[in-house]
Write a protein that binds this ligand. Structure first.
Ligand SMILES: [Zn+2]
Length: 274
């Protein structure tokens, strides 16, 4: 499906519980000249076949590069087969160079990107934006010509993403927000078109800030343990299956507050520093 002048989306309902709204792989450029592919899907056969079928549908343009947003399996799982079919160089974060070399069995075809590096295709440029947080090797890609931000797993279309390092994640959101965009193309969930597109990243940022305020309120009330804080801020009838996710989320926030020097922790007991 065509998203903007130079962006085409291969959408798949992969049925993964952590991917509400399905998943996306984007082709960027001009199908009559050359294009770039962003991410290579899961190792499951059907997903990769759909990417390759869509590439056929676009007329098999020269593939200038395969860009990787980060090293989770649902983004690099199909790399061996897609590299085999296209022989396009693979561009990614330097931390992924070894892992990707092993997957394709060819070191020469792996290109390590730098922050703010431009990758040109069909007369337009994608800019690599290093955005650690969801994972330390995460890169968002910005297409200024179409005002499109490819957010990988940093910002999803219809759910909040899992975060490994929240301090870095919040800085990364501020970083991408500096680049004016009307459309957000996430790796999972629906593409956010105007007018929603220009607000999606900021609304995710606000969601995290609100959560942090709630946790500070809980600590202010004298709650000191993760379980008690979860019970305080999440709906009372939170589905059992979601409890571990909520606990993990609260812990991620508490670690950020520790980093910020706002709270202290001893034996899993958290307290505000007054
Ligand atoms: Zn993912």
């Amino acid at each position: 499906m065509k998203i903007s002048e130079h962006v085409y989306n291969m959408h798949i309902d992969d049925g993964h519980i952590a991917h509400p709204g399905g998943s996306n792989n984007f082709f960027v450029g001009d199908p009559d000249k050359e294009m770039i592919l962003i991410d290579t899907g899961d190792y499951e056969k059907e997903w990769i076949n759909q990417i390759l079928d869509y590439y056929d549908h676009l007329g098999k343009p020269k593939l200038k590069a395969i860009l990787i947003t980060h090293g989770h399996y649902d983004h690099i799982g199909g790399l061996d087969r897609i590299y085999e079919a296209t022989k396009a160089p693979v561009m990614a974060h330097p931390l992924l160079a070894d892992k990707l070399s092993k997957i394709i069995g060819n070191r020469e075809s792996i290109i390590s990107l730098q922050d703010e590096e431009l990758i040109s295709v069909s007369g337009i440029d994608l800019k690599a934006l290093f955005t650690p947080g969801h994972k330390e090797d995460h890169i968002c890609y910005y297409l200024e010509s179409d005002l499109v931000m490819f957010t990988g797993d940093s910002v999803l279309g219809s759910s909040s993403t899992s975060v490994k390092n929240l301090s870095e994640y919040m800085k990364s959101l501020d970083y991408v927000l500096k680049f004016k965009h009307d459309i957000v193309c996430p790796a999972h969930g629906p593409v956010a078109m105007p007018p929603k597109g220009s607000d999606l990243i900021n609304s995710q940022k606000m969601h995290r800030i609100k959560r942090e305020t709630q946790i500070l309120d809980s600590l202010e009330k004298g709650l000191t343990e993760i379980n008690d804080i979860v019970n305080d801020i999440y709906p009372r009838h939170l589905t059992e299956g979601l409890k571990p996710i909520a606990s993990h989320n609260v812990r991620t926030h508490l670690i950020k507050l520790l980093d910020d020097g706002v709270i202290q922790m001893k034996d899993e007991i958290f307290n505000l520093i007054r």
